[in-house]
Design a binder for this molecule. Structure first.
Ligand code: GTP
Ligand code: MG
Length: 352
């Protein structure tokens, strides 16, 4: 089996707002792939100064004077529209844009939809990786995030939602806030890397940008994930694990209209285990009409035996999991680190 390298695909990961910029800084430091471009946009010049390892664009300088959007998505929307020419230059040449943003503030929530619109006008596919705020940040932020998420879901080709609250239940309660954020960023990064490998290496069974665009064009919810297999016999479990990430909101792929199942292996998988993995996928999808596109790529430098990337689209839209509770939920842990004043959050980000 041999993979052929292709060079046509340009993937551009763009962080929007403070969280987006932090996440992209962390992702860029983890990324080993030269074909991926990272950048961040923000209304806040100080936040952009922390994005030391990738290109940055200040938006709406005339509107916010470089001071952020003050948790007002409308201000950020105007800022992004005002800087449309700069954003147009930024996205030029991309085949796929992956937007990373924290919802609940101004810039991530308000500028992301403008960027998506611009990308769509340029016929570029857009995936969005977004985080939802801690409920303890208050009902207003939750409301902002909820509205932004609905808009982003309706505009982007695929949306991956991670909630900050699930960091608390998923990770050891002694974990530090910044380590928890980095964990979240690493999860997003592993999915981005898996997509890059799939699109830039021509596998033995190949998924190319047109297959990918087709799957992304299907209307409905999205489920995305990556699972690790330590050996040949754990491919099916890796597939299930890809859809059991405790940080990710939606992972049920039942009834999906389309699924990409991309297997990347260090060495050739056995036919029996490959078949078993596909049978597991069929059971999870449970849809005779589902378009399933499978890919197999060899990547000898992979640190483990294999990786299974699942991208399911056209998943029937469920009533949103989002918690409508507007009151601040009592803190789960005595450490009290969840109620973070803005100045501490900002100082914390400087440490990232
Ligand atoms: N996972 C994660 N979440 C973050 C991080 N920084 C902020 N957040 C979350 O993202 C939400 C939005 O915060 P920011 O990204 O700082 O806000 P912004 O988009 O820059 O908005 P403005 O500053 O109001 O213009 C917050 O309510 C937090 O829940 C981070 O580094 N990682
Ligand atoms: Mg900000």
């Amino acid at each position: 089996m041999e993979n052929v390298q292709t060079s046509q695909i340009n993937i551009h990961v763009i962080g929007v707002g403070g969280c987006g910029g932090n996440a992209v800084t962390n992702m860029a430091s983890l990324c080993s792939h030269e074909r991926i471009r990272f950048s961040s946009i923000n209304t806040d010049i100080a936040a952009l100064h922390r994005c030391h390892n990738h290109e940055v664009v200040l938006i709406g300088e005339g509107t916010t004077k470089g001071f952020g959007a003050g948790a007002d998505p409308e201000v950020a929307r105007r800022a992004a529209s005002q800087s449309e020419a700069a954003l147009q230059v930024l996205i030029e040449g991309a085949d796929l844009i992956i937007i990373v943003a924290g919802l609940g503030g101004g810039t991530g929530s308000g500028a992301s939809p403008v960027l998506i619109d611009l990308a769509k006008e340029n016929e570029i596919d857009v995936m969005c990786f977004v985080t939802l705020p801690f409920k303890t940040e208050g009902g207003l932020r939750v409301d902002i995030a909820e509205h932004a998420l609905a808009e982003i879901r309706s505009k982007a080709n695929a949306t991956l939602v991670m909630s900050n609250d699930s960091l608390i239940s998923a990770l050891d309660e002694t974990v530090g806030l910044l380590s928890a954020f980095r964990h979240c960023d690493a999860q997003m990064h592993s999915i981005v890397e898996a997509i890059i490998v799939m699109l830039t290496n021509t596998g033995y069974i190949n998924v190319d940008i047109n297959d990918f665009s087709h799957i992304l064009s299907l209307e409905g919810d999205t489920a995305l994930g990556v699972g690790i297999a330590e050996d040949d016999s754990s491919l099916s479990s890796a597939l299930k694990h890809a859809l059991e990430n405790p940080l990710v909101d939606k992972q049920n792929i039942m009834g999906a209209q389309g699924v990409i199942a991309q297997l990347t292996c260090r060495e050739e998988p056995s036919l029996a285990m490959y078949e078993e993995m596909l049978a597991t996928l069929q059971l999870l999808v449970d849809g005779p009409q589902t378009l399933i596109i499978t890919g197999v790529t060899l990547s000898p430098e992979l640190p483990h035996f294999g990786e299974v990337l699942i991208i399911a689209t056209g998943v029937p839209v469920e009533k949103q999991q989002f918690d409508q509770e507007k009151n601040v939920i009592p803190m789960k842990h005595a450490s009290g680190y969840l109620e973070i004043p803005t100045y501490l959050r900002l100082r914390g980000k400087e440490l990232l």
